[in-house]
Design a binder for this molecule. Structure first.
Ligand code: IPE
Ligand code: IPE
Ligand code: MG
Length: 260
């Protein structure tokens, strides 16, 4: 009999459907985003209770910057409020806050606030809450390529030393394992520029639930479905992902012996 997958170590979520949730109630979009922030609180707590090691939430994409300025302002304000309200919970629950994306593109006050909360929670190890903000998968890959080019130009790295492991070291959070499970709410079946590099062998789970309605029971259903999947990684039999295995230390060195 085929064995069940162990629980996912890293779950990534495309939190979609706030606007439709609001529209279906005749409410302004901002109230959908507010209800979405409540769902974030619930799902962070649930993930912690379920022993998830890393939860990455797609909160604001690179492309979302092109939404109407009022909506972008509302989203940034909600992020700021979330940081103010949730810091004490993150600290009491021993949750480390991290962020990936072109964070310097965030409004300066929000960026400062985010840095402050990340520093406050840096020692915590129970769970990592990783927020994708001003994040785009293609932008992340371009940024990584630029850093590698700089190293080559500076004579710190040879072109023939660039392989997948070396490249992955230049991503925004190279120490996090790839997501085992990627959940998208609201029924859309696309990645929308999320974790393009890291999702190469991630299990995808789409639910029609809109993000503000997504509950702990929905998360548990996604996890159960994941556990029934057969992960083959291109082989014949279920195996473990190299990047999903307990912290593999990459010994990548550059031309001058410095880590890649
Ligand atoms: C997701 O909800 C939140 C963000 C993208 C910031 P949407 O705002 O995309 O909601 P829909 O897709 O319009 O329903
Ligand atoms: C993806 O949702 C981005 C976030 C959830 C932050 P979108 O609503 O922006 O994606 P598309 O436009 O439907 O692809
Ligand atoms: Mg959407």
């Amino acid at each position: 009999m085929r064995q069940e997958q162990p629980s996912p170590r890293h779950i990534a979520i495309i939190m979609d459907g706030n606007g439709r949730w609001a529209a279906s109630r005749g409410l302004p979009r901002v109230l959908g985003h507010q209800a979405g922030a409540d769902a974030v609180r619930r799902i962070v707590e649930a993930s912690c209770e379920l022993g998830i090691e890393t939860l990455t939430l797609y909160a604001f994409s690179w492309e979302n910057r092109n939404r109407p300025p009022d909506e972008v302002r509302d989203l940034m304000q909600l992020l700021d409020v979330f940081l103010s309200r949730e810091t004490s919970t993150l600290m009491s629950q021993q949750i480390r806050l991290r962020a990936i994306g072109r964070l310097e593109e965030l409004p300066v006050g929000v960026w400062d606030h985010l840095r402050y909360v990340m520093a406050q929670t840096a020692p915590f190890k129970r769970m990592t809450l990783n927020l994708a903000l001003s994040y785009g998968g293609r932008q992340e890959i371009v940024d990584a390529a630029r850093r590698l080019c700089e190293k080559v130009c500076a004579g710190q790295l040879r072109v023939d030393q660039i392989d997948e492991a070396c490249f992955a070291q230049q991503l925004y959070a190279p120490d996090l394992c790839d997501p085992d499970l990627l959940v998208r709410t609201s029924g859309e079946q696309r990645l929308s520029n999320f974790l393009l590099w890291q999702s190469s062998y991630t299990e995808l789970y789409v639910t029609s639930k809109l993000w503000p309605d997504f509950s702990k029971a929905d998360l548990m259903e996604a996890i159960s479905e994941y556990q029934r999947r057969d992960r083959r990684f291109g082989g014949h039999t279920p195996a473990s992902s190299p990047r999903s295995a307990p912290s593999v230390v990459l010994h990548v060195t550059a031309a001058d012996g410095h880590p890649c």
